[in-house]
Ligand binder design. Sequence first.
Ligand SMILES: [Zn+2]
Length: 131
Amino acid sequence: MNTNCSMLTEEEMSMIKKTLEIKKENLRNNREFRLSQIKDSGEVLKDAADMAGHEEDLEKMWFFLNRDQNNEQKVGEALKRIDNGTYGTCKECDGPISFKRLQIDPTSELCIFCKNELELEESNSRTHQLH
Ligand SMILES: [Zn+2]
């Protein structure tokens, strides 16, 4: 098996790991905050005469909560990839993902070429759907 063909130096890897760990911590704090907000507004809801506005707020809160949870999962997976030595390698072509790209999005699983190709495919299928 072709493991750890990433071009990251140890120093770059530990920088990214630190970024991911901070990100994870922030996301976890966010999640706890949102959950307590949802819980609070649920308690308010019992007495509220006007439920429509609350439901909308609640929907928004769930939306952000889901988004944060997705991000948290992605960050967790990236940290796992660091541990098992597959981090920085493209999921599609096994090529290295550049440090610059990982600095911008440390959870990226695709190299810039595969990512571009994927986006091209997506925008093509969107265009097809329009007609
Ligand atoms: Zn690739």
